[in-house]
Ligand binder design. Sequence first.
Ligand code: NAI
Length: 286
Amino acid sequence: TGKKAFIAGVADDQGFGWAIAKALAEAGAEISLGVWVPALNIFETSFRRGKFDESRKLSNGGMLDFAHIYPMDAVFDTPEDVPEEVRTNKRYAGAGAFTVSEIAERVKADVGNIDIVVHSLANGPEVTKPLLETSRKGYLAAMSASSYSFVSMMQRFGPIMNPGGAAISLTYIASEDVIPGYGGGMSSAKAALESDTKVLAYEAGRKYQVRVNTISAGPLGSRAAKAIGFIDDMIRYSYANAPVQKELAAQEVGNVAAFLVSPLASAITGHCCYVDNGLNIMGLAM
Ligand code: NAI
């Protein structure tokens, strides 16, 4: 209650970011969002037109609301990093400030210090290509959007986090086990994200007295997952082979995220927490 959160990576009501927002709102937090620039317009329009109203409903009868909604592109740290063709792109030209450092400054000015940072974003332009066919450019783009973006956020948001605060990200088991179809360097990006979770937990723990954890989530038919193409197969596979035979609800991940960033988890940091109906423990599934 009374905590302030910044969530990067919400652009509709279908993904993990939205579910985390909802769980944090249920716990009484004030939430601001960073929405990917190309998705911002449609998100705000849909929000205004009531498209999300059903999923905005909270258990106390209130509605999920956002204190601030910022345009954000997590592959750029400062305005100097933005190439000409992006700056002049019609979706970006009117967006104002959208780089990680600028958003951290705007959050500081608008809401002051924050307690919770959520990274729920990933992008791999060549995700449908096997690693053996992935270009250097595609691989580095996946790392930039999906891994370094979290490092950048901790660099810029760490200084405006209250001691006792916490950050969380979302990862996937393709970092450690082979998941054919999760290509383009996305498996590599998740491996980096998980390793960085530990190093950042140490560094930001010492420097800012904040905790850093990641959730390894089971398959969810979000917008990003549908773009990969085999999500329905993954959901079926999980249903058939996981110890807990049910479809994963985004809210189950949202609830664990709310726990991990809360004082209930005050001694948990650098941890990768599986929220996947237990699929990760299976060797041979029958
Ligand atoms: P989603 O589509 O709801 O969320 C991904 C978000 O990233 C989108 O809102 C998109 O606009 C944003 N984004 C992409 N590039 C960006 C950039 N450069 N700057 C700022 N925002 C950017 O999909 P989902 O699945 O909820 O993804 C959230 C996280 O969960 C990701 O890290 C994903 O890898 C992870 N995850 C998803 C699983 C799934 O089956 N859906 C399983 C395990 C992890």
